[in-house]
Structure formats: structure tokens, C-alpha cells
Design a protein around this ligand. Structure first.
Ligand SMILES: [Zn+2]
Length: 183
């Protein structure tokens, strides 16, 4: 199979790291795409994890978001827990990419001024090309287009991407009754 055929089968697209407005957050999202592209086996848990990180960072790019160190600390914690429980099943390159992401999240947690820059160690990434998982991109776009969900317990309808809504890798919590809803 030619490489462009392989790409269309997997739904891949290439893109340069867009580094203009949110270089660090965008690089983490790109690395998360790369992890799900380079994995050897289908892994729903890995997909959920990478979706989660991409979505959380996408929410921070909203014009209404105010810098919160806590969010990055939460993502670092979740990533470390994920690595501890899954690192044996992941390839060396995926392990390395997740560790790079943790380092970049630490940089973002370091202060609001880091929001518009990249750590020196990652400056070379600006010129790199990465693979983007097209299916993942479509799924996440769809999530942002239709973020509303109705709580099965209290029937409250809410947007899953609202700032006051708590999201985890596997669930979203109803802001009214605190019921965890799987996603
Ligand atoms: Zn509810």
C-alpha cells in the first residue's frame, strides 16, 4: 500500500504544529493525536484519555476562559495516574509522548505568562510535522458542536463544555445533582 492510501484508510491528515496563539496547549493536543495514530492496537482507554486531554485544552482556548493553574495540575495528575496504570501496555514512543505532555502541562501550570510560549526544549517542535487522527478530529468537533446532555437522574440539560462542569476521562458530572454520566 502506498503511504497516501494508508493515510486514507486510517483517516489521517498531516498538519504543522499551529503555534501562533496557544503554542504549548496546541502542541500537547498535537502530541495526543500522534499517540493515537502511532499506537499498535486499538485501545479505547487510550483514546478516551487522549480525547479528554485534547477537549480540556480546547476549552481553555475559549475567549471566556481565565487562566487557572488548578486545571493543569488536574491534567498532570490524571496523566500520571494514566501512565502508572497503562505504561506497560503502551509503546515506548507513546510513553515518551505522554511524559513530554506532562512536562508541557507543568510548564503551563508555571504561570499565565507561559500561555503564549514554549519551553526551550520544545522549540524544535515548531518546525515538525505531525499526524492527526482524522476520526478523532471529527469526533471532537462533533462533541463541541453538540455539547448538550440531559442528566438521566434529574433531567437537567447542560453543556458538557461549560466552565462549571466537572469532566473526567470517563464521565461528566451533572452540575445540578452531581450524578456522574459516562461519556
Ligand atoms: Zn442531574
Amino acid at each position: 500500500m502506498k503511504s497516501d492510501e494508508v493515510n486514507s484508510v486510517l483517516g489521517l491528515a498531516y498538519r504543522d504544529t499551529p503555534t501562533i496563539e496557544y503554542p504549548c496547549a496546541t502542541l500537547i493536543q498535537t502530541l495526543m493525536h500522534d499517540i493515537s495514530v502511532s499506537r499498535e492496537v486499538d485501545d479505547i482507554v487510550l483514546d478516551k484519555f487522549t480525547d479528554y486531554i485534547i477537549i480540556e485544552l480546547e476549552v481553555t482556548k475559549s475567549a471566556f476562559w481565565c487562566y487557572e493553574k488548578n486545571l493543569f495540575e488536574k491534567l498532570i495528575f490524571d496523566s500520571e495516574v494514566f501512565l502508572i496504570s497503562h505504561s506497560e501496555k503502551l509503546s515506548d514512543s507513546s510513553n515518551k509522548l505522554i511524559n513530554d505532555c506532562i512536562e508541557l502541562l507543568n510548564f503551563l501550570a508555571g504561570g499565565q505568562e507561559n500561555w503564549s510560549s514554549l519551553p526551550n526544549k520544545f522549540k524544535d517542535f515548531e518546525d515538525m510535522q505531525f499526524c492527526v487522527n482524522g476520526n478523532k478530529e471529527i469526533r471532537i468537533d462533533e462533541f463541541f458542536r453538540n455539547p448538550n446532555v440531559k442528566c438521566p437522574s434529574c433531567s437537567h440539560e447542560f453543556s458538557q463544555i461549560a466552565f462549571d462542569v466537572v469532566r473526567t476521562i470517563f464521565a461528566v458530572r451533572c452540575p445540578k445533582c452531581e450524578q456522574s454520566i459516562a461519556r
